[in-house]
Design a protein around this ligand. Structure first.
Ligand SMILES: [Zn+2]
Length: 301
């Protein structure tokens, strides 16, 4: 594969203009616990990890269900703060149940809203296979959202990124979770679905590279929870440990992140990278270690 070099003119934590030019492609793979990665063949993610920063023991929140964990990954707080405890939660429940700084009706903002406030004209897009995913996102926040089941979603997302070059693109893949519920963690189908999600990530990277849309892009791969048998929701380590791979412009190369990170540390980190104001009620910690020091150049292959 031809080497592709990101050129960093300069990099400094305190210089916000560099951050603001970066773009983020966030691939959320539903139901991808870390332990399957010991068994599955995932060359694309392995390559991203070796070219970026990674952890395979980021803590999901309890309960290990999709909605609470996607909420934490978007809202920078744990379940007790966003109050989204199950998959039945809907946007209409916001005012009743959600609090920011203990004020009723003052909702915990998502990373999408935080970015929208910072970049009123910025392109913020979501492509999702789980229909209810956008229930978590405030109205009038996204530039574009597209729902479709199947691998065609990746092609649509890739084409959109190449054409529109969004500031932030979130892609929710459901293939792994679906295989887990249908066939179980130990099935060949679950492992195959994980490998398919890896190859779909490769499709995006290839298309972005061909479309000259890879420059200044940061890729993120993470998940909401793992699997136990055909289900999830419990407290065990195998359900709670999820991967976090982050690679691209300005990110440390080949760096294993410290243990003990929480999934709700990610929104704070992304908001900082894009020079957004961190909401007072977010509780995650910035993952400072993944930022590259000024003298390095980041290269992606
Ligand atoms: Zn599930």
């Amino acid at each position: 594969m031809r080497k592709f070099y990101f050129v960093l003119l300069f990099f400094c934590l305190s210089i916000s203009s560099v951050f603001s030019q970066k773009r983020i492609v966030f691939i959320g793979v539903d139901g991808l616990g870390s332990r399957i990665l010991n068994k599955a063949d995932t060359p694309v993610w392995d390559s991203l990890a070796s070219q970026g920063s990674y952890s395979y023991n980021v803590n999901a929140v309890l309960p290990t269900l999709s909605n609470p964990n996607w909420a934490s990954l978007l809202m920078g707080v744990s379940t007790s703060d966003h109050q989204i405890w199950d998959n039945k939660w809907r946007k209409s429940d916001f005012e009743e149940r959600t609090f920011c700084n203990q004020e009723k009706g003052n909702t915990v903002p998502t990373i999408f809203k935080v970015m929208r406030e910072r970049y009123p004209e910025g392109n913020i897009a979501v492509f999702h296979e789980w229909k209810e995913f956008t229930e978590l996102i405030e109205l009038n926040t996204l530039t574009y959202s597209f729902y479709e089941k199947g691998s065609g979603l990746i092609l649509k997302a890739s084409d959109y990124i190449v054409k529109e070059k969004p500031l932030f693109t979130f892609i929710h893949l459901d293939i792994v979770d679906k295989a887990g519920h249908t066939f179980g963690y130990r099935s060949i189908q679950y492992k195959t679905a994980v490998e398919k999600a890896d190859s779909l990530t490769g499709v995006i990277i290839k298309r972005l590279k061909a479309g000259n849309a890879l420059d200044s892009t940061i890729f993120i791969i993470t998940s909401d929870h793992g699997f136990n048998g055909k289900g999830h929701g419990g407290r065990s380590k195998k359900l709670r440990e999820v991967p976090l791979i982050i690679a691209g412009a300005g990110i440390q190369v080949g760096f294993r992140l410290p243990d003990g990170l929480h999934n709700y540390d990610l929104p704070v980190t992304l908001a900082s990278i894009l020079n957004c104001t961190i909401p007072d009620c977010w509780k995650g910690e910035m993952i400072k270690e993944l930022l590259e020091s000024s003298e390095h150049k980041t290269k992606l292959q």
